[in-house]
Design a protein around this ligand. Structure first.
Ligand SMILES: NC(=O)c1ccc[n+]([C@@H]2O[C@H](COP(=O)([O-])OP(=O)(O)OC[C@H]3O[C@@H](n4cnc5c(N)ncnc54)[C@H](OP(=O)(O)O)[C@@H]3O)[C@@H](O)[C@H]2O)c1
Length: 240
């Protein structure tokens, strides 16, 4: 897919890894719809930044835990952009919960945002756009049995399978791929020292940056032969 002139919706695109994906798409010539939930000012600032690059940018707000909001976000994105070619399912929540500490409410929130929302977004995108390309953000922990964040890991593992099922189901008009990052940024409120402590050994001895994740997203979007693929951007950690 030639990205120049296409329109991309990035969920949770106002800050952190989502913002890096928005910037990379804009530099590649795409117009962007920056979806946000609570980050209203950062979304507006990023819109101005993208416009300064000569691309069109729009902000759309919505709580993706609500099915009606998911539909509205996708519809509004297409209406604002005039077209919608790309969906990047980046929005997520991350909580630490083990089997012993989880509750039904915590499980539901993790699954609502990290699994149900991307699934409903893929369906809405297929209905609204009919063709294009989707990239889901996973986590390198999908290959592990991480006990410290059980609901999060389960939701991401299920999204990995959903990526492959959707790739089959939506072919040939829509390609569906995924990027599985390693430890890129500490959770909001934690410093970079958090990552040093928690990230564990990295075979390439290199911590990946948000821009590395964004590059992988672009690679999957550009190559029309790829569907059902998962690219790990983790310095090789998923191999351990
Ligand atoms: N950070 C890492 O090192 C890392 C590692 C592995 C995988 N990943 C994955 O990569 C992606 C990006 O990571 P990140 O750390 O940059 O993400 P993040 O900061 O945890 O979340 C991204 C955005 O998701 C949005 N969001 C959360 N709940 C929402 C809801 N109910 N409705 C709508 N939007 C909601 C928030 O938008 P607002 O701010 O607008 O509210 C938030 O800023 C995620 O899918 C994550 O699981 C990240």
């Amino acid at each position: 897919m030639e990205l120049n002139g296409k329109t991309a919706l990035v969920t949770g695109g106002a800050v952190r890894i989502g913002a890096a994906i928005v910037r990379a798409l804009a530099r590649a010539g795409a117009d962007v719809v920056i979806h946000g939930h609570r980050s209203v000012e950062p979304a507006r600032a990023l819109r101005r930044e993208v416009e300064a690059l000569g691309r069109r940018a729009f902000c759309v707000r919505g709580d993706l835990r609500r099915e009606a909001e998911v539909r509205r976000v996708v519809r509004e994105s297409r209406e604002k952009g005039g077209r919608l070619d790309i969906l990047v399912n980046n929005a997520a929540v991350f909580h630490k919960d083990t089997l012993r500490s989880l509750t039904a409410r915590k499980l539901r929130e993790e699954f609502d945002v990290n699994l149900f929302a991307p699934l409903l977004l893929m369906r809405a995108f297929a209905e609204e756009s009919g063709r294009g390309s989707i990239v889901n953000l996973l986590d390198r922990r999908i290959t592990s049995l991480d006990r410290e964040c059980l609901p999060y890991v389960l939701a991401k593992k299920a999204l990995a399978e959903a990526t492959r099922i959707a790739a089959l189901d939506l072919a040939p008009k829509i390609r569906v791929n995924a990027v599985a990052p390693g430890a890129i940024l500490p959770p909001p409120g934690e410093g970079m020292a958090y990552l040093k402590d928690k990230a564990g050994p990295i075979p390439l001895r290199r911590r990946c940056a948000p821009e590395d994740v964004a590059e992988a997203v672009l690679l999957l979007l550009k190559n029309d032969s790829l569907t059902g693929q998962i690219i790990f951007v983790d310095g090789g950690q998923h191999l351990l």
